[in-house]
Ligand binder design. Structure first.
Ligand code: ADP
Ligand code: MG
Length: 256
C-alpha cells in the first residue's frame, strides 16, 4: 500500500484553478523533491495536503495508507502521520520548546483516548533527550521559549526536533520562500538525513537546486502551471540547474 498517494488532484482558490491534475505517490524511505518556478502551485499542494481551508478540491483524492484524508481536520491528518513544516511558525511567549512538545504529545494521546493521563515527565524527558542526541542538539535548546527571538537556523532546529518527536510517516517541507541561510540549510538537511532512518517519506518542496546538494532525493518532480510535467531521478535536478525551467517548458510545449 502506498503511504501517501495523490490522485488526479484539482484545486481551486476562489474559483481560479491552481492545481490541474496532480498525481504523486510517496513511500516511507523515499525523498521526493518537488521543484518549479514561483506561482506554479507547489505551496498550494503542501497546504492542501495538510487541509488548509482556503482551498477547494474540485476533483481527485489524497490517500494516506489507502484511506482518503480529505474529510479529516488538520490535527487528525497530523495524528495519522503527516507532518508539515511551518506548522507553528508563531512565537508562543512563555512556553518552552519542551513544554510545547509535551502538550502536543498529550493532545494527541487524548485525541485517541479521552482518559489518557499524558506522558509522564520522566518518560518525556528521556524521549526528548534521546531525540536531541539523535539530532546532535544541545539539551539546553529545549528550555528556550518557542520561536522567541529565534534565528532562522534556530527556528529550523525547533521544527526538526518537532519532526523527530512526532515521527511522521510522511513529512512535507516547503522551503521555497524561506530564504534559508547556509546554517539553516545544513540544520534542515542533516535533520532530514538523520530522520530518514526512522523510515519517513519526504516531500521536499524547493525552488532551488541548492538544497539538493545536501539532501539527495530519490525522485525529482517538476511542476509547471499546476501539473507535474516531468519526473525522474536526481539527474533531473542537475538538468534543471544547467538549462533552467525554460527548456522544460519548451519540451512540454512540443509534447502537446
Ligand atoms: P508556488 O509555491 O509554486 O510559488 P503557490 O502555490 O504559492 O505557488 O501559488 C500558486 C498560485 O495560486 C499563485 O498564482 C497564487 O497567487 C495563488 N494562490 C495560492 N494561494 C492562494 C490564496 N490563499 N489566495 C489566493 N491565491 C492564492
Ligand atoms: Mg511556494
Amino acid at each position: 500500500m502506498t503511504a501517501l498517494e495523490i490522485r488526479d488532484l484539482h484545486v481551486n482558490v476562489e474559483d481560479t484553478p491552481i492545481l490541474r491534475g496532480v498525481n504523486l505517490s510517496i513511500q516511507p524511505g523515499e525523498i521526493h523533491a518537488l521543484m518549479g518556478p514561483n506561482g506554479t502551485g507547489k505551496s498550494t499542494l503542501a497546504s492542501v495536503i495538510m487541509g488548509h481551508p482556503d482551498y477547494t478540491i474540485t476533483q481527485g483524492d489524497i490517500l494516506l495508507d489507502g484511506e482518503s484524508i480529505l474529510e479529516m481536520e488538520a490535527d487528525e491528518r497530523s495524528r495519522k502521520g503527516l507532518f508539515l513544516c511551518f506548522q507553528y511558525p508563531v512565537a508562543i511567549p512563555g512556553v518552552s520548546i519542551a513544554n510545547f512538545l509535551r502538550m502536543a504529545i498529550n493532545a494527541r494521546r487524548r485525541a485517541l483516548n479521552a482518559e489518557d493521563k499524558g506522558i509522564s515527565i520522566p518518560d518525556f524527558r528521556r524521549m526528548l533527550r534521546a531525540k536531541m542526541d539523535l539530532l546532535q542538539m544541545n539539551h539546553d535548546f529545549a528550555g528556550r521559549y518557542l520561536n522567541e527571538g529565534f534565528s532562522g537556523g534556530e527556528k529550523k532546529r525547533a521544527e526538526i526536533l518537532q519532526m523527530a518527536v512526532f515521527n511522521p510517516r510522511i513529512a512535507v517541507l516547503d522551503e521555497t520562500d524561506s530564504g534559508l541561510d547556509i546554517d539553516a540549510l545544513r540544520i534542515v538537511s542533516d535533520g532530514i538525513n538523520t530522520l530518514m532512518n526512522q523510515d519517513m517519506g519526504v516531500l521536499l518542496i524547493t525552488h532551488y537546486q541548492r538544497m539538493l546538494n545536501y539532501v539527495k532525493p530519490h525522485f525529482v518532480h517538476i511542476m509547471l502551471e499546476g501539473r507535474i510535467v516531468e519526473s525522474g531521478g536526481p539527474e533531473l535536478a542537475e538538468h534543471l540547474e544547467q538549462f533552467g525551467y525554460e527548456k522544460i517548458r519548451e519540451k512540454v510545449a512540443t509534447r502537446a
